[in-house]
Design a binder for this molecule. Structure first.
Ligand code: FAQ
Length: 322
């Protein structure tokens, strides 16, 4: 019986690969249990688990402000948002599990520092205006990327993206509303909003990944229908929507080269990829704190895992009444 994950040494690999690629071309979803190339599975596990880790680590910068929200309304919105991110992590870990990787393996990869997660969450949240800015810029960038992934060829990932994008849209709107209010507020509020935009703009552009010419995974992901748009295309869509809105709100962007071309596209200046690479390698402003916070949460949750295991073992021993 051939494995459902095919490798080039399998005798029927080329035939099955052609069938798989024809399905992708026809826009069919590949489902768990369907035959797929091992490299497709590996790429999906890499990407979906990184995405899941990003949602979970992404709770930390905003979670830090729940206790300091300026009003009950803002606190409730923020709690709901952070809770949504935990839910997104759950959908995504489940989607990755359908590819034969265990939750524990993925968590251990994160906790040991082996797994990547989004660069954006290694920046600090210094003021309350950062919370609105994360909603507007970070969720704004995430939505552009995730709307593209909602059309991806792997069924469980695509469906998770549809649900996640609906919630991210609420996150995006509340962030935009908050920053726009600050932009029209007191001198101090305007200053806070501007400072937050200045600090998050470039990292938000970076979070959409390296330029297409420097993106080793894009070729295969595009060929097999996982990525339906390139990193630069998604980044351009993000800038085209957000740059004019931020400028119209009376704030500025920290890019002297930013301008709109005759074709309507907003062009940005050079991105500091050295900074991006340093953050991805673990040397960003908050990498150490983020990892330590996840390790602490995992250690403190040990009693919950033990209780659940004990409950499951006990349930097995109880005879079923007939
Ligand atoms: N950070 O060949 P490519 C969110 C790595 S969710 C760290 O272009 P690919 C919600 C990449 O892994 C945000 N590493 O890679 C929220 C690869 O290394 P590898 C997360 C990055 O996969 C909002 C190498 O660089 N979203 O924000 C990053 O084709 C607010 C070469 O790059 C997702 O994960 C990065 N930014 O394209 C939560 C979406 N970019 O693995 C809380 C799913 C690249 O080969 C609050 N992922 N690298 O060793 C994707 O769409 C893709 O993975 C990209 C990168 C587009 C991020």
């Amino acid at each position: 019986m051939p494995s459902k994950f095919g490798t080039p040494t399998d005798p029927d690999y080329l035939e099955r690969l052609a069938e798989f690629e024809a399905r992708v071309t026809r826009g069919e979803k590949i489902e768990p249990g369907d035959w797929m190339p091992e490299e497709y599975r590996r790429q999906l596990v890499r990407m979906i688990s990184q995405h899941a880790h990003s949602e979970v680590v992404g709770m930390l910068p905003e979670g830090a402000w729940i206790g300091r929200a300026p009003s009950l309304k803002r606190k409730m919105i923020l709690i709901a948002k952070v809770q949504d991110e935990a839910g997104h992590g759950q959908y995504l870990y489940h989607a990755a599990e359908t590819l034969g990787v265990s939750r524990e393996e993925m968590l251990q990869a994160l906790l040991s520092g082996k797994a990547k997660y989004s660069s954006i969450f290694n920046y600090p949240t210094l003021t309350w205006a950062d919370i609105g800015t994360i909603g507007w810029l970070v969720d704004g960038a995430a939505i552009k990327n995730q709307t593209m992934l909602a059309g991806c060829s792997y069924g469980p990932y695509s469906r998770a993206m549809v649900r996640i994008c609906a919630e991210e849209t609420f996150h995006h709107k509340q962030g935009k509303e908050m920053v726009m209010l600050y932009a029209k507020g007191s001198a101090l509020q305007r200053q806070m909003a501007q400072d937050a935009i200045n600090r998050w703009w470039w990292p938000a552009l970076m979070m959409l990944g390296p330029h297409d010419s420097d993106s080793p995974n894009s070729g295969m992901l595009t060929k097999w229908g996982v990525k339906t748009k390139s990193n630069d295309t998604v980044r351009q869509e993000f800038i085209n929507e957000h740059a004019p809105e931020i400028l119209a709100s009376g704030l500025t962007l920290p890019d002297p080269d930013l301008h709109q071309d005759a074709d309507g596209n907003w062009r940005h200046g050079p991105i500091n990829w050295d900074e991006f690479r340093a953050v991805v390698k673990g040397n960003g402003p908050m990498n150490k704190e983020r990892l330590e916070a996840r390790q602490k949460a995992y250690a403190e949750g040990a009693w919950v895992r033990e209780a659940l295991e004990a409950y499951a073992a006990r349930k097995k021993q109880i005879p079923v009444a007939v």
